[in-house]
Design a protein around this ligand. Structure first.
Ligand code: HEM
Length: 411
């Protein structure tokens, strides 16, 4: 493992690529000696990523119990006051972030969540299963005979986007554009390289689809939002939903699938065990990959009052970094936490989907997609292996593989 100085700054976007994931040895030191750790602003980050400003230092929580406590307590720790991501916003950006229900006041958030729970409930997911299984098969059909592909974009990225289109009621003719702009949007921190902000065409697509649903209602999620008068949603709110689902549902699921294949190659004994009985091991293997990798490594809260976290004092207005990656390796909860074990009995206690009122709305859907796609892979191209070193995203937020060539015996 990489040896880190304890003063290493989490605002160094090279940490994840260098460590091939979150800096777990650093988190272990902090959890042990400094569990509510002060991470100052990094002036180099501002120079390096000029469009995404971080003006305030923050407390980093590395213990499972502390991350859970803060996530569950919306009264003391707000997603609304200064947003829920680690970047600091100006007033205009904050207005946009609050139009997204993740950043609304608790009562407004709950009201929207009640409407959205339906389309993500277990029975809705069951109804969607055959469709997702079909889409997963279609994606593997497109590569199976070739014997090689670039896994992240040829395979992993497609299912979340196709599913997103299905859920939102987006006609197939828009799929390619949604794939293109969705991928661009997921590259949150490297977006400056593009001339067109992908938010602009995505909002335009959303507005076109809303107009279609106003004229011809159906049972899609967009149609539900357009026609629900109780919520008083304006077009900006619906555009923000569209964008949140495009990001939240996409990069995260894509990266988990890529990590899954990467880890099965790193731990061939675990891959052999999985292949020996896919039906028995697949779901728990997915939970263990979610725990081990924590693709979304952190979210943020702001203290609404002077208070304590795990016995440490924090002040009103202080910024808090919830490290899901560190919580998922806390030995107080996970025995031998750095071991990758697809039979781990409590793998599904991971915090990769968050916890509390903002618990990931798409967790069931993500599990369904991952199951469908990985089942296709493990049963149809079971000798899949890496054909080169994967490339990691340069990010302070996502633990993501962005390029991973693979080879396998053609079907
Ligand atoms: C492996 C895949 C995924 C991971 C690791 C993940 C991770 C997370 C995390 C950590 C949160 C908590 C945010 C917070 O506490 O502030 C969250 C919330 C959310 N996720 Fe996911 N997510 C995944 C897939 C999805 C999918 C497929 C969708 C939708 C299609 C989705 C939609 C959402 C939404 C809407 C929220 C906000 C919930 C709320 O504020 O009430 N996610 N996700």
């Amino acid at each position: 493992m990489t040896a880190y100085a304890i003063e290493t700054n989490l605002l160094d976007p090279d940490i994840f690529p260098q460590a091939k994931g979150p800096p777990h040895s650093l988190f272990a030191q902090w959890r042990d000696k400094d569990p509510v750790h002060w991470n100052p602003v990094n002036p180099n980050y501002a120079a390096d990523v000029p469009f995404a400003s971080i003006r305030k230092g923050f407390w980093v929580l590395t213990r499972y119990a502390d991350v859970s406590e803060v996530s569950r307590d919306q009264k003391r720790f707000s997603s609304y006051d200064e947003g829920f991501v680690i970047w600091d916003m100006d007033d205009e950006e904050l207005v946009r972030q609050r139009a997204n229900f993740m950043g609304m006041q608790p009562e407004a958030h709950m009201a929207v969540r009640r409407v959205l729970n339906g389309p993500f409930a277990p029975n809705a997911m069951r109804a969607l299963t055959p469709k997702i299984d079909g889409l997963a098969a279609e994606i593997i059909d497109s590569v199976a005979a070739k014997g090689k592909c670039e896994f992240v974009f040829d395979v992993a990225s497609k299912l979340p986007v196709y599913t997103f289109c299905e859920l939102m009621g987006i006609p197939e003719s828009y799929r390619d554009a949604v794939v293109e702009y969705g991928n661009a949007l997921a590259d949150v921190e490297t977006r400056t390289a593009r001339t067109v902000d992908p938010i602009v065409p995505l909002f335009a697509i959303c507005e076109e689809i809303c107009a279609q649903k106003r004229a011809n209602p159906d049972d899609s999620l967009i149609s539900t939002l357009v026609h629900d008068t109780t919520l008083g949603l304006e077009q900006l709110h619906i555009n923000m939903f569209f964008m949140v689902f495009a990001i939240a549902g996409h990069e995260t699921t894509r990266s988990t699938a890529a990590h899954f294949i990467y880890l099965m190659n790193q731990f061939p004994d675990q891959f052999a065990l999985l292949r020996s009985d896919v039906d028995k091991h697949l779901d728990n293997a997915i939970e263990e990959v979610l725990r081990y990798t924590s693709t979304t490594t952190n979210f943020r809260r702001t203290a609404t009052c002077d208070t304590e976290i795990g016995g440490f004092k924090v002040k009103k207005g202080d910024k808090i970094y919830l490290s899901y990656a560190a919580a998922n390796r806390d030995p107080a909860v996970f025995e031998n936490p750095d071991a990758f074990d697809i039979t781990r009995a409590n793998a599904n206690r991971h915090l990769s989907f968050g916890v509390g009122p903002h618990l990931c709305l798409g967790a069931r859907l993500a599990r369904l997609e991952l199951h469908a796609l990985l089942r296709q892979i493990v049963t149809r191209i079971p000798d899949i292996h890496l054909a080169g070193e994967p490339e990691w995203l340069r990010s302070i937020w996502f633990n993501a593989i962005v390029r991973m060539p693979v080879v396998f015996t053609p079907e």
